[in-house]
Design a protein around this ligand. Structure first.
Ligand SMILES: [Zn+2]
Length: 197
């Protein structure tokens, strides 16, 4: 198992503090690779560098977790697992906070999951596990090339952390759907040190 911890200076240091402290506290027990991913596509290139090599956990720079969350993911029998966390109106432009994962309803409509849902179809990558057998079925190089292009086209939005269209987590989630793998949801809601206002 490798733990990938991409981070960016596009958010302020305070929002990353808890994640940093957590990663420091477990760095001698796990294979953690931290990488600054600042330029368009660097996040995807980072994932792609380790894709298909080992079971993988990804933790994003503003998620507050503890070791029990990591153990829970490692011990879970499912191939793709994600923890719950909220995304808030200040960043999402939605009316209310929502859990960061979505499900496809009968008829194809997509909706946010609620706290009773055990599985999702599209997920945020705040804290996620993707086993190697799943990675083997997904061509991340192709997705990475597209993402690099897209993010350079929307460079201003990218730099200000606004959505520049499809994000890597959405795009990789679609690949999970194509191979009929749903995302197992771990229901504890992790603290997300989200955009301030
Ligand atoms: Zn699970």
């Amino acid at each position: 198992m490798i733990i990938l911890a991409p981070f960016s200076n596009r958010i302020n240091a305070k929002r990353k503090q808890e994640t940093d402290l957590f990663l420091n506290s477990i760095k001698n027990k796990y294979n953690i690779i931290r990488k600054q991913t600042e330029l368009p596509g660097e996040y995807e290139l980072f994932l792609n560098e380790y894709w298909q090599k080992d079971n993988m956990i990804i933790i994003e720079h503003d998620i507050s977790a503890d070791e029990s969350n990591i153990k829970e993911l490692i011990e879970c029998k499912y191939n793709i697992c994600a923890f719950n966390y909220y995304i808030y109106p200040c960043a999402s432009s939605l009316a209310i906070p929502v859990l960061a994962h979505r499900k496809v309803l009968c008829g194809g409509k997509i909706d946010w999951i609620n706290d009773n849902d055990d599985f999702a179809d599209l997920c945020g990558f705040g804290l996620i596990k993707v086993n190697k057998n799943i990675q083997k079925q997904i061509n991340l190089t192709r997705i990475t090339q597209k993402a690099v292009k897209r993010q350079y086209i929307n460079y201003t939005k990218y730099l200000t952390n606004q959505s520049a269209g499809i994000t890597a987590d959405s795009e990789i989630s679609v690949e999970f759907m194509k191979i009929n793998e749903r995302i197992h949801i771990h229901k504890k809601i992790l603290k997300h040190n989200h955009k301030e206002n």
